[in-house]
Write a protein that binds this ligand. Structure first.
Ligand code: SAM
Length: 231
């Protein structure tokens, strides 16, 4: 595998998210993102541990979209991210919500985590870090820090929704994506993102010794809506 095929280089991930961090949460307010958020939360609730003393890792947790609601219902969360900008946004929100005693923020690279083996009861890696970075290394690290019997929750960039979204502007690229002829493409400004279909994702997890309990699709049709639809 060539280097550029192993996800985006760390330095450009940092720069990209540092630059968009002040506006990242505005983007989560558009209708398609709210639908994605609600659907995710409804599913996620079924898999988070019953025991509120469980320690959760929000890996690539960004501005705290998931760490904050998890802390509000009683969990202790460690949110790690590679972007100082995203962490700063998270910090300000967490302070306002008075959740600083429940959420710890750490600057970490998911491809090389500093946590000991089997630290967390539940690991969350939502909205693309696995697609953006070296997918193999990230999944292997998330597996390493997860306690035996713990659960890992992740979402990645879907191959077919992206192909569908590209049909109008880049039909050739869309066809290559849907026929699995290319695995890396640009997505929302990130040049080198790994796309997956359900089988490819299951393979990645199984290769890392993770039993797959469930796979579901989200953001399949909503990316086709006008950006400001429903504002
Ligand atoms: C699209 S944002 C999603 C943030 C958050 N998980 C959410 O659902 O709102 C992707 C995040 O992954 C982080 N990220 C990507 N690659 C990473 C890496 N190798 N190590 C740590 N964080 C990473 C980015 O900095 C960014 O904050």
């Amino acid at each position: 595998m060539k280097n550029q095929e192993k996800g985006e280089p760390t330095k450009s991930i940092k720069t990209f998210f540092d630059n968009i961090s002040p506006h990242f949460d505005n983007w989560t307010e558009i209708l398609q993102e709210r639908v994605y958020g609600d659907v995710t939360w409804e599913h996620l609730k079924k898999y988070i541990p019953e025991n509120k003393n469980s320690l959760i890792l929000d890996a690539g947790g960004g501005t705290g979209r998931w760490a904050i609601p998890l802390a509000k219902i009683g969990y202790k969360v460690i949110l790690c991210d590679i972007s100082k900008g995203m962490l700063r946004q998270a910090e300000s929100k967490i302070r306002k919500e008075r959740l600083s005693d429940r959420i710890k923020l750490i600057e970490e690279d998911l491809t090389d985590l500093s946590f000991s083996d089997q630290t967390f009861n539940f690991v969350l890696c939502e909205d693309g870090p696995i697609s953006i970075s070296d997918s193999q290394k990230v999944v292997s690290e998330l597996r390493r820090v997860l306690k035996k019997g713990g659960k890992l929750w992740a979402s990645v960039i879907g191959r077919y929704p992206l192909a569908l979204a590209k049909v109008g502007t880049n039909p050739e690229g869309a066809l290559k994506l849907s026929k699995c002829e290319i695995n890396y493409t640009s997505y929302k400004g990130i040049q080198n993102s790994r796309v997956f279909n359900a089988q490819e994702l299951q393979n990645l997890f199984q290769q890392n010794g993770i039993e797959v309990i469930r796979v579901y699709g989200n953001r399949i049709v909503s990316p086709l809506l006008e950006k400001n639809f429903g504002r």
